[in-house]
Design a binder for this molecule. Structure first.
Ligand SMILES: C[S@@+](CC[C@H](N)C(=O)[O-])C[C@H]1O[C@@H](n2cnc3c(N)ncnc32)[C@H](O)[C@@H]1O
Length: 271
């Protein structure tokens, strides 16, 4: 059975979870206060529910009922609000191309130790996203991690939220597949990584960095690959305190890669 509820008024308070989806600051405070996040599009909603996230509600154009039926019948108590695309656009503030939204409960944060594993890893690569600002870069890094076999992603306390709608979208739902959690701040995180057997590696253009090919040649068993923020790069204290600094050599005249592109190159070469 599907608990479908037609909604014709964009001011209906039952749609409060979906208000003003493009207003980043408003959404950040609403989503953290309510412990929710928004998934957009049939595939992404399906992945979230299959990964064990519990839906609070769905907001769909009627034509999505058929393709999401198997998901909806698994959540018989969850309201499925049915609205026209015009009503949804008034609530969310933009045209929802894929016509399907869901509001889901966040899960309690996982302890870092659980994500790293209790035993010393034989072979493992994890990515650390240090203070990334742009949700699309965070999402792309998760997609690259999933596609190129990285075991987990750690995000530092100030890093943009992987469960923000845009991050989920650019990850293609891979934020639900790749184990991840938020970490303690640096330098405690470096200590924790070393205690778990990881060699800490900052991706940075520092003068004393070795090349990515040289890193690959060392064939180290457990790598924590740390990527820095879009503007300033890896925090200078982190870059100073890590075990290795590594650069992707750039052709003359080009300063650096976009951080998401850098993750793809590094994940591929170290696979
Ligand atoms: C746009 S870059 C930041 C550039 C910054 N000016 C710097 O000096 O690091 C964002 C992040 O992508 C990674 N990155 C981009 N290009 C890189 C390269 N050629 N070598 C190593 N890391 C790179 C680094 O982790 C960097 O912190």
């Amino acid at each position: 059975m599907i608990n479908s509820i037609p909604i014709t008024d964009a001011g209906d308070l039952r749609l409060a979870d979906y208000v003003a989806l493009r207003e980043v600051n408003l959404r950040k405070s609403l989503e953290s206060a309510e412990g929710l996040f928004i998934a957009e599009g049939e595939k992404v909603i399906r992945r979230a529910v299959e990964a064990g996230y519990r839906p609070r509600s769905f907001l769909l154009a009627e034509r999505w009922l058929a393709s999401l039926r198997d998901v909806l019948v698994r959540c018989p108590d969850t309201p499925v609000y049915l609205a026209t695309e015009e009503v949804t656009e008034q609530v969310t503030g933009f045209h929802v191309h894929r016509g399907a939204l869901a509001s889901l409960h966040r899960q309690p944060p996982r302890p870092v130790e659980d994500v790293l594993g209790r035993r010393r890893p034989r072979r493992s690569r994890i990515a650390v996203l240090e203070n990334l600002v742009d949700h699309a870069n965070v999402g792309s890094a998760f997609r690259n991690a999933a596609a190129l076999g990285v075991d987990a992603v750690l995000v530092t306390p100030s890093c943009a939220d992987p469960l923000y709608r845009r991050a989920i979208k650019t990850s293609m739902g891979n934020v639900f597949n790749v184990p991840w959690t938020r970490t303690p701040p640096m330098p405690d995180l470096l200590d924790l990584l070393r205690a778990h057997g990881y060699t800490t590696v900052a991706l940075t253009l520092a003068d004393d960095s070795i090349t990515l090919d040289e890193l690959a040649e060392r064939d180290l068993p457990a790598l924590a690959l740390i990527f820095g923020t879009e503007g300033a790069g890896v925090d200078p204290r982190t870059a100073r305190d890590v075990d290795l600094r590594v650069r992707i050599p750039m052709a003359a005249g080009v300063d650096s890669l976009n951080v998401a592109a850098a993750t793809a190159v590094v994940f591929y070469v170290t696979r």
